[in-house]
Design a protein. Structure first.
Length: 277
């Protein structure tokens, strides 16, 4: 029983616990909540699929959930969703991952309560949450995958917008177009730089989003091929010089624009909008 909930909601939770147990009940509720908000596959969905009693002692799982939670917390903080529908889906993922993060810090028996508390709000009040329990028997957790719209761009690359789309089209980065900085610049060679603010780097020295480097991406203007500025592309950037970092001081928040093998680029870097020294 959770003292912050009504007797009716507590009764519905107790019935669910008796039928499914705490982990399965929490998973069915989170699947249902995501599905109701347009999320039917993806990183948060997979985190719920992988959730089990052993997850509470699995550092790899805990770290993965924390990384994705940090990803969507940043999106919410930056209000960077491109559309209302995207904002709803991002918030749903954020709420679910927050419930898992909270739940991993307490006994397993409290997991359903944390899952519910993390989504409770203006649009998901106690009545709607209570009514949702009637739907949980039908929730399978099977993802309903709809491939995202194909991002197209023109070649040769003639604009920063096309260069940003070329990077977003790289499925291995899984980087939403909305997260790219709208600023960028042309290098002295055939490349155009798409800026990714250095904000995915946590205080622990780990990337908060797996396989999504915070480095800027370099787009070849001739064919639209995008290169991340990391070790595997050393040969591509050898002619730029090595290891350049420029910290851009912004009003209220610092951004660090990171350029590996880009000393030459830094020498010609134009001012960042709003930059002050």
């Amino acid at each position: 029983m959770y003292f912050g909930f009504s007797p009716e909601l507590n009764a519905a939770i107790d019935a669910g616990l008796a039928k499914y147990g705490p982990v399965e009940l929490a998973k069915r509720f989170m699947f249902h909540y995501m599905r109701e908000n347009g999320v039917t596959y993806g990183d948060a969905w997979q985190c719920v699929i992988d959730l089990s009693e052993s997850s509470f002692e699995d550092p790899i799982y805990i770290r993965k959930v924390e990384q994705f939670y940090a990803k969507y917390a940043e999106i919410m903080n930056e209000e960077s969703a491109a559309t209302m529908g995207e904002d709803i889906r991002f918030r749903a993922k954020h709420n679910v991952l927050r419930g898992i993060v909270w739940g991993l810090e307490v006994p397993i028996s409290e997991l359903p309560y944390n899952a519910i508390c993390s989504v409770q709000g203006l649009y998901w009040d106690e009545e709607r949450i209570q009514n949702s329990f009637a739907e949980l028997d039908n929730e399978t957790g099977i993802p309903d995958f709809h491939p995202p719209a194909i991002i197209t761009y023109s070649t040769p690359i003639a604009s920063l917008d096309d260069a940003r789309k070329a990077v977003a089209a790289r499925k291995d980065l899984d980087r939403p177009l909305a997260l790219f900085d709208t600023w960028g610049f042309e290098s002295p060679t055939q490349f155009l730089v798409v800026a990714i603010p250095f904000q995915d780097y946590s205080g622990t020295g780990e990337y908060t989003v797996p396989d999504q480097p915070p480095y800027n991406c370099i787009v070849d203007k001739t064919d639209g091929k995008a290169y991340t500025t990391d070790l595997k592309n050393t040969d591509v950037f050898a002619h730029f010089g090595e290891d350049g970092v420029r910290v851009v001081s912004m009003t209220g928040k610092d951004k660090a624009l990171w350029h590996e093998w880009s000393r030459t680029m830094l020498e010609t870097l134009p001012p960042y909008p709003g930059e002050s020294y």
